[in-house]
Design a protein around this ligand. Structure first.
Ligand SMILES: Cc1cc2nc3c(=O)[nH]c(=O)nc-3n(C[C@H](O)[C@H](O)[C@H](O)COP(=O)(O)O)c2cc1C
Length: 386
């Protein structure tokens, strides 16, 4: 085997949990400035809008793109926009996941407002809803915060700073039934159908097979794997500089990158050794996954997508409160032609016939070792100033 090529592709895993080699002086902890936002707002923060927003920017976002822009120039108001330079045109061609990622942001904003005894009046799409194919420059939401003695704090607020997307292998033991019930209850008020697969070997086998196939397709489709490479941040310098995207700080990948052996400008050739390794790694994680979770909606307009994002944020926070981890598995839900088969398969498995129904979120659930928080750019990076 050509050793040089092998090393290049061996580092090619953007989510590969390549066993880090113990290189002297190297740690895979992210630089502290990249994760400072997880300390929450400053205790002397005087503008309550900034206080709630400092929580909202900790929301999950597809590929950690953090496409949230907020305009605070109107006193007492927050206008939320989408940063149209932070989209995923290959894997999320209609920006469905981007809209969900605005829903997660609004849910955390709402939880934080409640904690302050404030009612968040959220008006979605105040200048009209985006069409089904494209986003534009109009606001996603206009939010006003109003004191309201009837507002109840929600215990999910307490999970915000500790929430993580966990991509580790999960323990094979089945989540407690009561824990799954608590997750389902957390989204009961939303217009979504939530469900779980757990305990049935046959159902788990079908979920794992679709997830694995969808993952393989995403890795083997050059333009979709390159889209992820573009937002890959390798090593402390890139992670601290960008504080977004998919971060890898594993010493092995850093070392290969430093000597030019991990080339992010090219998709790995189909069937090469490193890709096979990544597929194997993912399949092993699937095989150990004890449960899957999903959210299905009727219809798929922009409000429905935002609402599904709100529900997902609640479900993930509720899982955390139960000691459970989640990782979304978006590949089969993506609307690009190569995934048409897996898209149909997951919709059929979840009895959500398209196009009347949409599987908005599909995730694995389980008990997992803790992971570090993902980088955030910090509130000031989201504020529109011009
Ligand atoms: C709509 C949506 C889709 C996502 N899809 C995936 C996915 O397919 N795989 C994955 O590992 N994480 C996925 N995530 C999680 C994000 O990658 C994650 O939120 C981001 O990297 C920030 O990390 P954090 O959630 O730990 O803060 C998704 C999140 C959202 C909101």
């Amino acid at each position: 085997m050509d050793r040089r090529r092998f090393l290049r592709v061996a580092g090619g895993g953007f989510i590969a949990a390549a066993a880090p080699l113990p290189l002297a002086g190297c740690s895979d902890a992210y630089p502290s400035e990249a994760v400072r936002a997880w300390q929450g707002p400053a205790s002397d923060e005087g503008d309550v809008r900034r206080w709630v927003l400092a929580h909202a920017i900790l929301a999950p976002h597809s590929h950690n793109l953090q496409s949230w822009l907020v305009d605070l120039r109107q006193p007492g108001e927050i206008a939320l926009y989408c940063d149209l330079t932070r989209l995923l045109p290959e894997t999320d061609p209609f920006s469905r996941q981007i809209m969900m990622s605005h829903g997660t942001f609004l849910e955390l904003l709402d939880l934080a407002a409640r904690r302050k005894g404030l009612r968040a009046d959220i008006e979605l799409f105040p200048q009209g809803e985006f069409g089904p194919r494209e986003l534009d420059k109009r606001p996603v939401a206009r939010i006003r915060l109003a004191p309201d003695a009837g507002v109840r704090p929600d215990p999910l607020f307490d999970q915000i700073l500790g929430r993580r997307t966990n991509r580790e292998a999960y323990e094979p033991r089945e989540p407690a039934a009561k824990a799954l019930q608590a997750i389902a209850a957390s989204v009961a008020a939303h217009r979504v159908r939530a469900g779980f697969a757990a305990g049935s070997a046959n159902a788990l086998r079908q979920h794992r097979a679709i997830a694995s196939e969808a993952w393989r397709i995403e890795l083997e489709t050059p333009r979709t794997v390159l889209e992820s490479y573009k937002v890959l941040r390798v090593g402390p310098r890139e992670i601290a500089q960008h504080r977004d995207g998919l971060s890898i700080n594993a010493p092995l990948v850093r070392a290969l990158t430093a000597v030019g052996l991990f080339d992010r400008s090219k998709a790995p050739a189909p069937g090469d050794a490193a890709m096979a390794g990544q597929i194997k790694d993912f399949n092993a994680k699937m095989a150990a996954t004890p449960a899957f979770f999903w959210l299905v909606t009727q219809g798929n307009d922009r409000r429905t997508q935002v609402n599904a994002g709100r529900a997902y944020a609640r479900a993930q926070l509720a899982a955390g409160a139960q000691g459970l981890s989640m990782q979304p598995l978006s590949q089969a839900l993506q609307e690009y032609p190569e995934q048409a088969g897996t898209y149909a398969a997951i919709h059929a498995l979840l009895e959500a016939p398209a196009p009347a129904h949409t599987v908005q979120m599909w995730a694995r659930v389980g008990y997992a070792p803790p992971v570090q928080p993902a980088p955030r750019r910090g509130l000031d990076a989201h504020i529109v100033r011009a």
